[in-house]
Ligand binder design. Structure first.
Ligand code: SAM
Length: 174
């Protein structure tokens, strides 16, 4: 099982970033999404509404005490940070380590407390350049589960897209 924890959500500044982290997690087959910072019912409802339309039952759960959540987690912890070790060099170790265990991927906000660097089994970077939690998350999920790009996995969807060479085709199923 792959769980994502997005730290330090601020509804006014981060609405789209946290939403995009949750949507990337869902689309790339992560199992659960958690966030800390400021509780945001609007964001949570948006994710539920997207799952209702596009299938599955993915949602976002608020964590008031992220350090306790991380302390209590049993499994492998990966913290995504530009300062970490290069993902391309660590991914094979992580995949071996991850077999039959749960995985928690932590993505940060503006400043991440050193607690997370110390708690992580792996502090991992995607390129060692500053960029975005959304991009870093998509890349690591793709490394961990490349099949997610191919499988049509969402059940009970009300709509789906038919891929088209040009233009847009949305099919209504219910
Ligand atoms: C606005 S960035 C802050 C950059 C931060 N100083 C850091 O440690 O990566 C917010 C989050 O995006 C993610 N991030 C940004 N660049 C990254 C990179 N090159 N590799 C992995 N994660 C990255 C990290 O999770 C980071 O906490």
């Amino acid at each position: 099982m792959i769980k994502i924890l997005k730290l330090d959500h601020r509804p006014l500044r981060d609405k789209r970033i946290t939403t995009h982290c949750a949507l990337v997690s869902r689309a790339f087959s992560a199992d659960e999404f958690y966030y800390s910072g400021i509780e945001d019912n609007v964001f949570e409802k948006n994710i539920i509404s997207i799952s209702n339309q596009w299938g599955g039952n993915f949602n976002a759960k608020y964590i008031e005490l992220p350090e306790t959540f991380v302390d209590d987690f049993k499994g492998i912890i990966i913290h995504l940070t530009m300062y970490g070790e290069q993902i391309v060099e660590k991914i094979d170790f992580i995949k071996k380590d991850f077999k039959n265990k749960d995985l928690l991927i932590i993505v940060g906000g503006p400043k991440v407390d050193k607690f997370y660097y110390q708690k992580a089994n792996y502090n991992v970077s995607v390129t060692n350049q500053p960029h975005s939690e959304v991009a870093a998350l998509a890349i690591i999920l793709n490394f961990l589960n490349p099949d997610a790009l191919y499988i049509d996995k969402f059940k009970n969807n009300k709509i789906k897209l038919e891929p088209t060479e040009k233009g847009k085709k949305v099919i209504s199923l219910k």
